[in-house]
Ligand binder design. Structure first.
Ligand code: SF4
Length: 147
């Protein structure tokens, strides 16, 4: 049995920007028997519903900017991630929602400040923190690779 941290929306929590979920029944079935620890940095920081954000390459690194007012929303997400991994030191695996600017592992889109797409294979802000700590991470869409 493994301890697996997982994006809460994949388990059916209605924590997406539009207060919907990304429930993935097949994934949930595959993970039966493991201890699952859900997380959602954006819901914790901003609630749901909330404005969407994109990952933008800036002179101070990759930042999550609001798609409405353009404000930098990165710090609450990064703080949540640090606190989450500090308080859950024994995680064997993290499963992040693919393509999310917070939870994507190698599938988040990165834009420049003019919104030109630079990459579709980036880590979201919470996953950057996990990777920095050498915690194994995987995108949900790659769940077949889970051993
Ligand atoms: S992808 Fe991450 S931040 Fe977005 S709703 Fe799911 S858990 Fe929350």
């Amino acid at each position: 049995m493994k301890t697996i941290a997982i994006s809460a929306c994949l388990l059916g929590e209605k924590c997406r920007y539009d207060a919907s979920d990304n429930k993935q029944e097949t994934l949930i079935t595959k993970l039966k028997g493991h201890t699952l620890i859900p997380f959602c940095p954006e819901d914790f920081a901003f609630g749901a519903p909330r404005p969407t954000m994109d990952l933008i390459q800036t002179s101070t690194g990759d930042r999550a900017l609001s798609n409405t007012m353009g404000e930098d929303l990165s710090s609450p997400v990064i703080d949540y991630a640090k606190n989450f991994f500090d308080t859950h030191p024994n995680i064997d695996l993290v499963i992040g929602k693919d393509r999310s600017p917070s939870c994507g592992v190698c599938s988040a889109r990165l834009y420049d400040v003019k919104k030109t797409l630079l990459s579709s294979s980036e880590a979201g802000l919470m996953m950057k923190e996990a990777i920095k700590r050498n915690i194994r991470c995987i995108d949900a869409e790659d769940y077949e690779d889970i051993k």
